[in-house]
Design a protein around this ligand. Sequence first.
Ligand code: GLN
Length: 211
Amino acid sequence: MVVAAQPVVGVLALQGDVREHLVSLASCDVVARPVRRPEELDELDGIVIPGGESTTISRLLETFELLEPLKARIKAGMPAYGSCAGMIMLADKVLDGRPDQHQLGGLDVVVRRNAFGRQIDSFETELEITGVGPVHAVFIRAPWVESAGAGVEVLATVPVTPEAGEAAGRIVAVRQGNVLATAFHPELTGDERVHRLFVDMVRGLTGSEEK
Ligand code: GLN
């Protein structure tokens, strides 16, 4: 598949901060559209799974009959980017999830849901992301990556400071092949560099995927 000059990037629009991702993508020279129906997947060159609530997104994926087709597209190589709940959805394995929670999968990682605990439920910090640079990262009841397989590139970790406590050094951004995930929400800070990194991944797709 050859990606057109303006790739079409969908945002899974079942629940969560869909609008914010659409706004971020709109400044990255792509056609950005919300996706709710299985047939809409056919036109996509890439997809964003937004932040929100992974148990709800999981349930709605089933209701909207998107779980299996989307899983299949990601497995076939369609680039996918997930922030926060989206990271949880793209992980192959989740700790502290609901037993009936489904995974889209694609990332050989174990993530822990709501990992940062009650005291630091939501927080902001400066991070260095490989390939992007320093960013201001907003975490909201975020997961972290507890462990990552050999094929997974770690792009960012929480800086080791006395205030970071248990979060110090935790993995919060990863990439494996065409799948990118961040535990934080770049879509909330008006800084579209992470989306640009994802769009570069979408543009770099050179026919490995079977539609
Ligand atoms: N805690 C949420 C979940 O489990 C994720 C929170 C978020 O996306 N901001 O899905």
